[in-house]
Each structure stands twice: as structure tokens, then as C-alpha cells.
Design a protein around this ligand. Structure first.
Ligand code: ZN
Length: 342
């Protein structure tokens, strides 16, 4: 089976940069591996969906593939197959037990990482959600990094790099996973069979390859936009709104934390478009380009300041949901703030 560059080559760079200047972290890791310049510890930072875990897997394959081909893992040897199935004995994935990564988990991983590899070349310890280490666990990991095991490479993954101890950060090579340029993402999506046009999926995903894939694979994110549009029509007009009923309805519609975050993501994109249209009325600047008629009709009924306040409310509430504030409370607050926006 060939490589999956989309999943294994997240890009780092800044949205809007010329695609020609971009270098994929996986590609950079490949160059470093070919030059024998792989360090002992990496910290991959970026939002969910940006491909941090996939890049960690790619690094493990680079270090243990039995038939590297021009600096790329073959994807077919016994080692590659085992790694793809998360069954390779040298690759250790440490995920939070409950809400946090705990001291015992770090200690246990350390014992394994100290051992000489049995079948591969290097041991790889992938610490998922390294921004959720308990203080004792963080201190234990710090001492591992101060005296790194000779045969191991540690890869720490974090959505929030600032939540990782500075002393840990400073001992890692930090790779930032930033949004893909829209054209590059769309080009990659052309390879997927999808009911959603690649350009639209790339624009809606805002450079996040994980979200773009979910869109093209028939995830209900796009269908959710219909619900968001109805929500905006109801709340922005404000009059005779049954806020209690709407909050209850939305709570059951969004189902869980992730569903609520998805709803708020799409809500922010729609509000952003309403605001952009109200100010510039330029179709080229829209993300939801296929919904220009709806955007133009609603935007002209509301002042930019009103739309901006609604957008701020959506961003504020999204943060609250991310921090596990009770969903219903968040939705109540959202409705209240959008309705009384004037
Ligand atoms: Zn291989």
C-alpha cells in the first residue's frame, strides 16, 4: 500500500503563505532522519485534527522501517505493517488515564524506553495530550528528558503548548502544526471521493486537515450548517424567541461536547461570513461561498457591531465548552448573548 501523504504530512507554516515555501513536518523529519539528525525529544503542538499523531507515527516508521526508500518509510515491510496497526513492540503510545497523564504512566513508560530495542532500531515513546500531565508526572518526565534513554525518541503531543512546563518545552525540539494553505488542502482533497466540493471543504475546515477529511467523508458537520443558519435567523432577530426551548433543543441536537464544539465552529464561520459581507460585500472573501444568497440577505439586516458581539460570544462560549463547563450552561449563555446583542 502506498503512503498516505495527507495523513502523514501535516504542514507547518502560516495560513496564506505561498504554498511553495511550505515544508511538511513529516518531510522535515524525513530529511533529518536521512541526515542522521533525529534528536531525543520532540514536542508537536497544534489543534486537534492537524495531524500531530500521524506525524509521530511517521517518525516511528522513519526510525524503524526495514526498507527505507529515499528517506521514506516503505509502508510495506513487517515493521511498517506492525506500526500501522499500533502493534510494533518498540513503539509505545501513552494516553491519559482518565483526565490526566499520571506519574505511574510516565514511570512505566520510562522503564520500557530504557531497554535496548528488541526488533527495531529505536524505541519511540509517544505521549498524547502532554498538556495534561499531572505535576508529579511532569516532573518525572522532565527528569527523563534531562537524562534521555540512549535508544529512545520521545514525542510529546499537545494542543496547548503553553500548558507544557517551560522546562520540558526547552528540552524538546518544538514543531508547530499550523493551518494548511487552502489551495494545498483542496488539492489533497481532490483525491477523496466526496459529495462536498474540495474547495468548499478546504475553506470550511480553515486549514485543518482532520476537519476537512471529516467534511469530505460525509460527517454531518456540513449538514449541521443548516441548523446553525436556523439558529442565527432565530436568535439575531430576537423577537418572541423561546430561549429555554431553543437551548433544550440545541442541547439534544449537539449531543455531546464534540458535537457542541462542531456546532460552535460552524457558527463562528457563518458569523464571520455575515460580518465580512456586511463590511466588504465581496464574495471572494466568504468561506461559505455556496451560501452567498443566505449570507447577503441576513447580513443586511444587522449592524456590524451586533454581528461582532455575536461572534465574540460564540468564541467565548466555545472556550468554556473546551474547558468542560456544563454544556447546557454554555448554550444558555450563547443564546442570551446573541439575542440581547444590541
Ligand atoms: Zn517499511
Amino acid at each position: 500500500m502506498g503512503e498516505r501523504p495527507f495523513l502523514s504530512s501535516p504542514l507547518n507554516g502560516t495560513k496564506g503563505l505561498d504554498a511553495g515555501r511550505w515544508v511538511a513536518p513529516a518531510e522535515m523529519l524525513g530529511r533529518w532522519a536521512a541526515a542522521g539528525r533525529i534528536g531525543h525529544a520532540y514536542l508537536f503542538v497544534g489543534p486537534a485534527g492537524m495531524g500531530k499523531r500521524a506525524a509521530a507515527g511517521q517518525l516511528a516508521r522513519l526510525l524503524n522501517c526495514e526498507r527505507l526508500d529515499a528517506g521514506r518509510p516503505c509502508g510495506q515491510c513487517h515493521a511498517c505493517v506492525l506500526m500501522t496497526r499500533n502493534m510494533h513492540p518498540e513503539v509505545l503510545v501513552i494516553t491519559p488515564s482518565g483526565a490526566t497523564l499520571k506519574l505511574e504512566q510516565v514511570r512505566e513508560a520510562h522503564q520500557t524506553l530504557l531497554l535496548r530495542p528488541a526488533v527495531g532500531r529505536r524505541r519511540v515513546g509517544i505521549f498524547e495530550h502532554a498538556d495534561r500531565l499531572t505535576i508529579p508526572a511532569a516532573n518525572a518526565l522532565l527528569s527523563v528528558l534531562e537524562d534521555p534513554p540512549a535508544y529512545a525518541v520521545l514525542v510529546l503531543l499537545a494542543e496547548n503548548g503553553q500548558a507544557v512546563l517551560p522546562t520540558i518545552r526547552s528540552r524538546c525540539h518544538v514543531l508547530d502544526f499550523r493551518p494548511w494553505p487552502e489551495g494545498m488542502l483542496a488539492a489533497r482533497l481532490e483525491q477523496e471521493t466526496s459529495a462536498v466540493p474540495p474547495r468548499l471543504a478546504a475553506a470550511l475546515a480553515q486549514g485543518n486537515p482532520g476537519m476537512a477529511l471529516r467534511l469530505t467523508r460525509g460527517d454531518d458537520l456540513l449538514a449541521g450548517r443548516v441548523r446553525v443558519e436556523r439558529f442565527l435567523e432565530e436568535t439575531l432577530s430576537g423577537a418572541s424567541l423561546n430561549a429555554y426551548g431553543l437551548a433544550a433543543d440545541l442541547e439534544s441536537y449537539t449531543r455531546d461536547r464534540q458535537g457542541t464544539l462542531d456546532f460552535l465552529d460552524v457558527l463562528q464561520l457563518c458569523l464571520r461570513d455575515l460580518l465580512v459581507w456586511r463590511i466588504a460585500a465581496n464574495p471572494q472573501l466568504l468561506i461559505n461561498r455556496d451560501r452567498m444568497g443566505w449570507i447577503a440577505a441576513l447580513a443586511c439586516r444587522h449592524q456590524p457591531a451586533r454581528l461582532l458581539r455575536a461572534l465574540s460570544a460564540a468564541a467565548y462560549v466555545r472556550d468554556a465548552v473546551r474547558q468542560n463547563v456544563l454544556r447546557r450552561l454554555c448554550l444558555d449563555l450563547l443564546i442570551l448573548r446573541v439575542v440581547e446583542g444590541d
